[in-house]
Design a protein around this ligand. Structure first.
Ligand code: HPA
Length: 267
């Protein structure tokens, strides 16, 4: 059944979008909007993708878009399915694996995250250099036992694509922080003790997404880079965190993130 859905869904994406561009950009909480100079050529609602469990969290429109920026075609995935929505890793990585099979070669994933590094402020953008998976599960567990390999994740984030992002940010005069992203399942914001513990583990930011999709894309041999928008701070200057505040801060930074991506597309 799942296999049948995979081929049906991939065929649908190929039929709707035609030639698949190299780059897909995944926009996390509050980061989707209509960006200047980016033309939408085709859209595909998550609702119409076979096997897709829709992203229902607010700030996640649930739309796949084929876009054009100054002659460069790329895909924007507006929203994602979180583990806390369906408790099933298969659902979380569904769209990523479809895009991999359809022919996407590179992914830039984005998310909203809480800052643990005391130098981070809300609105900062952090390049994810590495991650700590504390979700208590792994997307590779969805693979058949017989075909499982013990994937080395030490190079999961592409240094080439990450460098392109850092250079693009410089050209766009967007300050870019670098750090380690830690993911938990949520759905809650951390206690003070958890935030302190995650910091002492070496994390700079914490969120509830991205790691499963990054592992999935990397396991398909794709280039992966990822950016966090720091929407709140959990250790210094902490205020009560709410989803609406997270969405508000992310939406204010979304243009900065897209300016970086536009610049990457030009290079
Ligand atoms: N914790 C976990 N996930 C988040 C946070 C946070 O503080 N902010 C945005 N996503």
């Amino acid at each position: 059944m799942a296999e049948k859905n995979v081929s049906k869904a991939v065929t649908l994406i190929l039929k709707r979008f035609g030639k698949i561009p190299d780059l897909a950009v995944v926009l996390g909480s509050g980061l989707s909007q209509n960006f200047e100079d980016i033309r939408t050529i085709k859209t595909l609602s998550f609702n119409n993708i076979p096997g897709m469990k829709t992203a229902k969290t607010s700030g996640h429109p649930g739309m796949l878009k084929l876009c054009n920026y100054q002659g460069k075609r790329f895909i924007i995935q507006e929203g994602r399915t979180h583990y806390y929505e369906t408790l099933n890793m298969r659902d979380v990585i569904w769209l990523t694996s479809l895009l991999c099979k359809a022919g996407v070669k590179k992914f830039i994933m984005t998310n909203a995250a809480g800052g643990l590094n005391k130098t981070f402020k809300p609105g900062n953008i952090m390049l994810i250099q590495d991650h700590i998976n504390l979700m208590g599960t792994n997307p590779l567990l969805t693979r058949d036992v017989k075909t499982r390999e013990f994937l080395d994740l030490s190079q999961i984030y592409s240094s080439k694509l990450s460098k392109a992002i850092v250079n693009a940010a410089k050209k766009e005069r967007v300050t870019i922080k670098k750090g380690i992203y830690l993911a938990v399942t949520g759905p809650c914001y951390e206690t003070k003790a958890e935030a302190g513990a995650f910091k002492s583990l070496g994390a700079d930011a914490v969120g509830m997404s991205t790691i499963p999709e990054a592992i999935c894309a990397f396991s398909h041999g794709k280039e992966v880079a990822a950016l966090s928008c720091i929407t709140n701070t959990l250790l210094s200057g902490r205020e009560k965190t709410t989803h609406s505040k997270v969405l508000y801060t992310a939406s204010k930074s979304s243009v900065k993130i897209m300016n970086i991506i536009k610049r990457v597309l030009k290079t």
